[in-house]
Design a binder for this molecule. Sequence first.
Ligand SMILES: *Cc1c(COP(=O)(O)O)cnc(C)c1O
Length: 396
Amino acid sequence: MTRSSDALFDALKQGLADIDARGLRRRRRTIDGANSAHMTVDGRAMIGFASNDYLGLAAHEAIRAALAEGASRYGAGSGGSHLLGGHSRAHAQLEDDLAAFSGGFVDDPRALYFSTGYMANLAVLTTLAGRGTLVFPDALNHASLIDGVRLSRAQTQIYPHADIDALDAMLDASRDETATKLIVTDSVFSMDGDIAPLARLVDVAEKYGAWLVVDDAHGFGVLGPQGRGALSACALRSPHLVYVGTLGKAAGVAGAFVCADATVIEWLVQRARPYIFTTASPPAVAHAVSASVKIIASDEGDQRRAHLASLIETTRAMLKRTRWLPVESRTAVQPLVIGGNDETVALAAALDAQGLWVPAIRPPTVPSGTSRLRISLSAAHTADDLARLDHALTTL
Ligand SMILES: *Cc1c(COP(=O)(O)O)cnc(C)c1O
């Protein structure tokens, strides 16, 4: 008889064999040196279309220098959680910078810095929602929002992707006047690159007395004037908005922030478990993010966004000429739907052989039958990089 401790081993081995049989095994690739458009991957020089470094800031000299300077000023680690001795001047300064930069949607904005976007989303949802709250998430929301909703134990009604009429009908049907209602959405959807109808979402939220949580992981730094984000891009204002921006994508460093009315933020400080029960990230990281936000807001940021916009237009035209199905996207996320897993993986491998790193996205990340290449553009790419990708896609 197998012991139950061995039964788990057997189940894991069987599970991994199933993953292989379905062509779904994921492998990590190791990058030597800095992550930028041109990099060394598993020892080979490659052009990367896999990162979320939309503005090409991850390897930026001034931000690296700020990180080093932050380390020499503040040391390596924070030493504690934010409420118990780990909150540094660098964190406080960054929160002020971020509230001023992205808080234009509310009268009295405040920002709270988190170690990761995943934790920021868990914090927002578990703190603002609970049993008795009605949560309305978009069907294509990011996993961190899904997990946050689950952990909140709120009642959930998922609305079909970007379907505001369906959402309106759901809110209309839930005539519980006393329950708190929370609509939750990505701004830019990470696997399709499309942008949520944020103006209509704010309208519908106001109509039914709901709050709206917007995860702008792929919009902060890229969308809106000076890259202030998706809310700023549509000039939206409401005291019932909660904004989450992440700082490891366009900002090129790490962490995330929640920006909202000061009352909401103070409540998170008091109650959010993913904020309270974790060591504050190194102050040097926050110091580097402050340097990054300055660049994002500057003329250099505008130039980088303009270059990225031109790369996006070139890519859209290029993907239309291939024999596969591009997804209509005006953002730096440009998907090309191939269909089956094996075909998608084979295509990614053929590109890889030509020194082009374009990740294959398969279920469960995307629905079955819609496996795709996900081309992520960065201001660090050149027109020549795209010409190489174009050549490969049209000759394969
Ligand atoms: C990347 C991402 C996150 C998580 O942010 P991290 O800082 O990487 O943990 C959250 N939401 C969306 C939509 C994302 O794309």
